[in-house]
Design a protein around this ligand. Sequence first.
Ligand code: FOL
Length: 218
Amino acid sequence: MQPRSFSIVVAADLASGIGREGTLPWRLRKDMAFFARITSKVVPTPVNDSPNRVNACIMGRVTWESIPAKFRPLANRFNVIVSRNPHYLDDKPEKNSPMVALAPSFEAALDLVASHQEQTVQQQSPKDFIVERIFLIGGSQLYGEGVKSRDCSHIFLTRIQAIVDCDTFFPDINPAEYKLLPSPEGHAFLEDYLQEPVEGGIIEEGGFKYEYTVYNHI
Ligand code: FOL
């Protein structure tokens, strides 16, 4: 089995607030585009020319329901929903989508995704896909498990320079476990990770200032 390394993607305010009443407390068009780009982009490597390759987004059931129906499932990504209810998808329109799966726990979701990361020639059917990068996209309950995991290699945290009224929070990031890259290095890391330009420094949008930051597991 491949290592099950994954990265967290999140937008949080200065008090680590991430949500309010089941939705995002802000509307940041560019950050959302950044989220879509970092979670979707499959970076070609010398050993893969990217046929049938997608990234996976693991999310809790509450986060899945917070995504506007028209953006569900997240396009060009393997969507794995964590719910202890094995019938959760039964009456949902996504139940037969090959790009949507249900897992009973975060660990099971990682195992499921990892089973899509390796492929033998015999296994590969025309509609099948191989998972490249794995992202944990929320919400607070799964982030709580994620930050404690040895397999969490990076945290891509869009830091909003404000304190917004939130009822849902990102867990504390232990500085003994994660290093916040100073902004020039964080920015260089992101451009290398995405193999394309990323806006650096403080971004101003919709009355908010924010910055794309990177934490690496020590
Ligand atoms: N990370 C960051 N940086 N920003 C976020 O807003 C964010 N949100 C979540 C997780 N990590 C994040 C969870 N919430 C969509 C909506 C809510 C959501 C995640 C994704 C969503 O609709 N995404 C579409 C793009 C829609 C658009 O372009 O407006 C997608 O295709 O990714």
